[in-house]
Design a protein around this ligand. Structure first.
Ligand code: URA
Length: 482
């Protein structure tokens, strides 16, 4: 019998190396006690036996992919279960494809549970500003994950909040990010974190995007399980929002106009006669009553472009997402936040740009827990092109940044193969269009592929900043000469 000690921090690498060595020494699963963080008694030898074979051990990639997540599950049997599967894979490589295999099914369930825990952690960690006087801003958060998800999740926070120092304290492990270095330390008790005024703002935002007409309590509590509420500042408002929802929906229905407002009706009549809106006001009013395609029906509201009307840069995405649909503003959700992080690294100020979408209503299908994004089709994109063309005509941007294939297609007339076209500038009748990736595509990528894609996008955004500087500088110089 052998006892294999495994550390609480760096568990995955330690288990992987030990499992390889045990396999090479042909030690069967029943002869190993996996001792995680000194929780088992060291009754047996901790020396790893020498290999009995020189043959290299080949482990299927899908097992490694699964094991990397299962290892963070809270089940104390996880190490033994994984090694048991590894032991079987020696003789039968087909196990990983056998959906009826009960042990594989259990491991897949555990993998899913850790992924779910990872998503919850990404969504529900709330940082508080420690008001540091140093050169970098400093934040701390308290979080209670269901599984041991701090270590696998920390690289996500390091990428997302690369420009600040932060610490996520959990009872299990503490992750620290200081001056660009990520380290892990023992878990701690809940720290006494200072009050953060931003939480009140966040609460106001939360109350504002709460749509009583869309309230589904079971979906809401499944998306935001109650066990997380005690550490979520916005959760304090939920009981009142739920209690008042019915009355608010009734009030909204009573306040609904029975006829189209006269001004919007007049503008729509004008648009029939003279289809190209000649001002931003007409554009906004026209958009608010747009029924050019069926997407206006299920969406909460139209999401018009936002930003200065004399911006030199126009940024075009695909279509609003769930959060944009509720807020009525483009790029306020996860894709927008990732874009802002990358833009900041490229020196691009999003607030100085006019930001819009190729399609102005959210297209979705109802999922079990939330509304799921559906790609707009060619007809919807082409109906909405009317508004995009109007925005381009009114704004006259020096440069337009196309995020992803839909925006590229709507802006250049060609949506093909943007992987080959990204980082290049194409001429159009409305001026140059720089093509880059859509931030949502980066969010969907496997973690391993993300850094390269983020670097590519930062390079494209840097090119946008430089191109704009070159396009604007000669004009400024000639103005100065005149
Ligand atoms: N994705 C987009 O393309 N646009 C948004 O506004 C949000 C997400």
């Amino acid at each position: 019998m052998y006892t294999v000690p495994l550390p609480r921090i760096g568990t995955w690498a330690a288990w992987r190396d030990a499992a390889r060595a045990m396999l090479a020494a042909r030690v069967p699963p029943e002869e190993i006690v996996w001792d995680w963080d000194g929780t088992a008694m060291e009754l047996f030898a901790t020396e790893i036996p020498p290999p009995t074979t020189k043959q290299s051990i080949r482990v299927p990639a899908d097992f490694v992919e699964m094991a990397q997540w299962v290892i963070w599950h809270k089940d104390p049997q996880r190490f033994a279960r994984l090694y048991g599967m590894l032991w079987r894979l020696r003789l039968d490589k087909g196990v990983m494809a056998d959906r009826a295999d009960p042990e594989l099914a259990r491991l897949r369930q555990m993998e899913k549970a850790v992924h779910r825990c990872k998503h919850k952690m990404r969504a529900f960690v709330r940082f508080r500003d420690l008001r540091s006087n140093g050169p970098r801003r400093s934040f701390a958060a308290w979080f209670e994950p269901t599984h041991h998800s701090v270590e696998p999740c920390a690289p996500f926070f390091a990428r997302r909040f690369a420009d600040m120092d932060w610490m996520i304290v959990t009872p299990d492990v503490t992750a620290k990010f200081a001056d660009g270095n990520l380290t892990f330390d023992a878990g701690r008790e809940k720290p006494d974190l200072p009050y953060d005024a931003a939480e009140a703002l966040w609460g106001t935002y939360f109350k504002n995007i709460f749509n009583p007409a869309r309230l589904k309590v079971s979906a809401m509590t499944s998306e935001m399980p109650k066990k997380y509420w005690k550490n979520l500042p916005e959760a304090q408002y939920i009981p009142d929002l739920i209690a008042g929802a019915e009355a608010r929906v009734r009030a909204m229905a009573e306040a609904l106009p029975t006829l189209e407002p006269a001004r919007v009706a007049r503008i729509h009549a004008q648009l029939q006669e003279n289809p190209q809106p000649a001002s931003w006001n007409i554009l906004t009013a026209g958009l608010s009553g747009c029924t050019r395609c069926p997407l206006h029906g299920p969406a909460t509201q139209v999401v018009p472009g936002a930003g200065p009307h004399d911006a030199p840069l126009m940024i075009v995405g695909e279509q609003p997402g769930d959060q944009e649909d509720r807020a009525g503003m483009p790029f306020v959700g996860p894709a927008g936040q990732l874009f802002d992080t990358l833009a900041q690294q490229a020196g691009l100020d999003r607030k100085a740009a006019y930001v819009t979408n190729a399609v102005k209503h959210f297209k979705f299908k109802e999922g079990a827990k939330r509304r799921l994004h559906v790609n707009p089709n060619a007809s919807e994109i082409s109906h909405c092109k009317f508004w995009l063309e109007t925005e381009r005509t009114l704004l006259k941007p020096r440069l337009t940044l196309a995020l992803g294939a839909t925006a590229t297609g709507a802006l250049t007339g060609n949506a093909k193969d943007i992987s080959k076209r990204r980082g290049t500038i194409e001429d159009t009748t409305h001026g140059p269009v720089l093509i880059t990736l859509h931030p949502s595509a980066l969010l969907r990528m496997p973690d391993a592929a993300r850094p390269a894609a983020e670097a590519a996008m930062i390079a494209d955004l840097t090119l946008a900043v430089e191109t704009l500087a070159n396009l604007i500088a000669p004009v400024d110089a000639s103005v100065r000469r005149a």
